[in-house]
Write a protein that binds this ligand. Sequence first.
Ligand SMILES: Nc1ncnc2c1ncn2[C@@H]1O[C@H](COP(=O)(O)OP(=O)(O)OP(=O)(O)O)[C@@H](O)[C@H]1O
Ligand SMILES: CC(=O)C(=O)O
Ligand SMILES: [K+]
Ligand SMILES: [Mg+2]
Length: 567
Amino acid sequence: MAVVTGNPIISPSLLTNRVTQFGLRSEVSGAKVVPGRAIGSGGKGKGKVRVVVKAAVQIGGLEQLKKAKEGLGFDTVSEGELREKGFLGMRKTKLVCTIGPACCSLEDLEKLALGGMNVARLNMCHNTRDWHLDVIKKIKKLNEEKGFCVSIMIDTEGSQIQLLDHGAPSSVKVEKLEGYPPFTVQASYDGFSEGIEVGEVLVIDGGMASFEVIEKAGNDLCCRCTDSSLFLPRAKFSFWRDGKLVARNSELPTLSKKDWADIEFGVSEGVDFIALSFVNDADSVRQLKNYLYMRSSRSTRVLAKIESLESLQKLEEIIEACDGIMVARGDLGVEIPYEQIPTVQEEITRVCRELNKPVIVASQLLESMVEYPTPTRAEVADVSEAVRQYADALMLSGESAIGPYGQKALSVLQMASSRMELWSREENRQSILHQRPLGESLPDRIAEQICNCAVEMANNLGVDAIFVYTKHGQMATLLSRNRPYPPIFAFTSDKGTRMALNLQWGVIPVLVDLRDDEMEANITMTMELIKRKGMLKPGDVVMVVSDLASTHINYSAFQSIQVKTVV
Ligand SMILES: Nc1ncnc2c1ncn2[C@@H]1O[C@H](COP(=O)(O)OP(=O)(O)OP(=O)(O)O)[C@@H](O)[C@H]1O
Ligand SMILES: CC(=O)C(=O)O
Ligand SMILES: [K+]
Ligand SMILES: [Mg+2]
């Protein structure tokens, strides 16, 4: 246990009552106050803004819920969206909601599912395993009984240097002024003052407050406040030397004992994704993937969270090793200057698409909605920018976990992403996407080329939908990588593949009983089922792409593109 004491003095030995001469005012403030924010009245809006709020109730009517599932594992929400908006109106960007005390009842989870939640995230930093288990059971119940298809993600705690306690119930104000009583805060890492020199700068919460180290006494650091702000509970901090971050995270294990226990819990409860916090290199990702392989849990996908300087330096190897990425802007903003976040986000998003891994843009997307029922215009612009960059998914954190307006926040993501997707299509932005060649073997290169060409054809021909028949989801993701105009219906008989594809841009995974080596029969059967549901009309044009026979020795011959007109 390390301790930050005094003004503040940083010590590993819980020396909470050291007195120093430096002037920090220790002031306990009862609640976080955000001045100058008016709550949207809703009275004299000009129509345009009000549309955003309407979206909360737009998706998936309740009557669709009552419909029983028939033969085809088509989820209720996609089905409702298709009926309401048609193929081209279907949302492509996926939505992740963090589940917390504000939305953990069965009713609230159902409302989020109806509102378009594709993945529910459980942050293992908070609450008990029993609490998480209860949420997992509720989501599975909703999936089974009401025909939703919501995947479950657990997010590990990971190891990071952070403040544990500063002796006050909420925030502590720190100021540059001299002559205020000192206070002590504890930090979460014993050796964190090692290698830190006098004159270095300690930065709290990505620059919200800063301190200069003015004395080192053993493992204690005495610091002077150089930039006033608030100390929030569990604030994150970092050290800077000559304007550059002193990288510290590599000294900490990515997977702690608790993380392994949480992973074990997640695997036994059959979660679909494990998001690894504070990944520093590809090794921890490979280690977990090996473990899952040994444990025969290959359908559990591993996501790496990019939230440290080290992870940015090894970005490509991490992306290659994992099954997907989260741009965890909250902690990333502690490690790199704020102004670099937008360009780093764009870069990560681009590389993920090129390397064919789904990417989630996370944290503070609609932060003001933790307290207020309307987003700021700047937040909507930020959400839209992530969509314009073709991120696979957007994530809500506190907005859904603890805020009273979680469903509204979800509807804002829904509206903003649909709008930007339409604009991108009208602007023909898809045509600017560069696809770097990925495959090395001939069959892999053929699959990739087929998908690139199929999407170009689909866009040029203006087909209504792309149907892909896939075992492990590879062809579906290769199609998605090209961000086509029509939606991609991925038919699979593998449940794990279905749940994993929930995070993939533009893919609607459908569970169906497929037969190996009987491609034509599979196509006819699925088209017939969809037609019978009234979702395909005569005249609709469908592009069919398949790689189902990929276990076959001569499999490249079995990959094909067909264009079918519904009669
Ligand atoms: N299961 C939960 N129980 C209680 N509070 C929760 C829970 N999940 C989230 N929260 C609250 O919601 C807020 C935002 O949630 P989130 O887990 O996304 O935070 P985060 O700090 O950005 O994530 P991370 O710890 O992975 O960096 C947290 O500060 C926490 O107070
Ligand atoms: C999501 C998360 O872990 C972060 O933004 O730090
Ligand atoms: K976490
Ligand atoms: Mg984080």
